[in-house]
Write a protein that binds this ligand. Structure first.
Ligand code: ZN
Length: 296
């Protein structure tokens, strides 16, 4: 299982949230058959979505992030709740790209930086809260930092790192960090934190070396006081059910259902988030057709 921790730094003037999520990224890789660059891209997106979801107040609240960067990997969609469950998919999971000039997986080129980042908070009200910002780099962490600053008026430092084994493509470590100074945070504290960027970028490497999340954070922000206020287990989990997909079929309407019965004599649906397949026989579809009739 992965873990999210929350804490405060520098006399409680800075909020901090961090995640270690190797299993989340590796489960996504296995379920979707992700290429190396897509493991990094979807992994980073899952880590940030999971952290943002953990900030939701209500048990049934959900947070969805939609990254439309215009790159060849296509859109990335992730959803999390406040209990550490996260799921997600990327449109072209098998995309491979050459390494970038620094010899790293070229997430930026795969994701693109031409579109928008959308965050949807479904709090069980009539309308969900939707926030948007422009993509800036396609590296995902920078795009979310921009989102927090522009859309939520909360300047933030965001780091996301997924280490992929160059030989077998498996996930070695996944780490993420959101640092947010409070409005009354002194400038010298902000400067001090900004100076740590080179250390922050080593978080996934430290986790890969087997250093615990809290110990890694203390190392990164050495000399700044830090207290941890909360810790939560996390994991990749899809909540799809047969009943939910039945409702999807019913919502297609009578014409489409009749078509499926006459031409296909059944239907097979695949959950985008976990790739689980659900088959419906002709008889089952006829049952749903009757229900669709009642609903109209
Ligand atoms: Zn599913």
């Amino acid at each position: 299982m992965g873990r999210i921790v929350r804490g405060l730094m520098a006399n409680d003037t800075v909020k901090l949230m961090a995640i270690t999520g190797k299993d989340i990224c590796e489960t996504a890789r296995e379920l979707h058959g992700l290429s190396r660059v897509c493991t990094a891209a979807l992994g980073r997106s899952l880590l940030i979505t999971d952290m943002m979801g953990a900030q939701l107040k209500g048990e049934n609240d959900k947070l969805t992030t939609i990254i439309k960067g215009g790159g060849p990997a296509g859109n990335i969609v992730c959803t999390a709740d406040n209990r550490g469950h996260v799921k997600g998919y990327i449109e072209n999971p098998k995309l491979e790209l050459p390494l970038n000039d620094s010899g790293k997986l070229d997430v930026s080129m795969a994701v693109g930086w031409f579109g928008e980042l959308t965050v949807v908070r479904d709090l069980g009200l009539k309308e969900p809260y939707v926030g948007k910002s422009n993509m800036v780099s396609g590296e995902i962490a920078e795009d979310f930092a921009q989102y927090f600053t522009v859309s939520e008026q909360q300047p933030s430092m965001v780091y996301l790192g997924v280490r992929v084994d160059p030989h077998d493509g498996k996930v070695r470590a996944g780490g993420g960090l959101i640092v947010q100074p409070m409005p009354f945070c002194p400038d010298d504290v902000i400067d001090n934190i900004q100076d740590r960027v080179p250390m922050v970028k080593m978080l996934a490497g430290m986790l890969d070396d087997g250093i615990e999340l809290e110990a890694s954070l203390k190392k990164i922000f050495d000399g700044i006081d830090m207290t941890f206020t909360e810790t939560m287990e996390t994991g990749f989990r899809c909540d799809c059910t047969r009943e939910r997909l039945e409702r999807v079929l019913i919502s297609l309407g009578r014409d489409e259902l009749s078509d499926m019965i006459e031409k296909e004599h059944g239907a097979e649906l695949t959950c985008h988030f976990c790739n689980k397949k659900y088959s419906f026989s002709e008889a089952e579809l006829k049952g749903l057709l009757e229900e669709a009739g009642k609903a109209q």
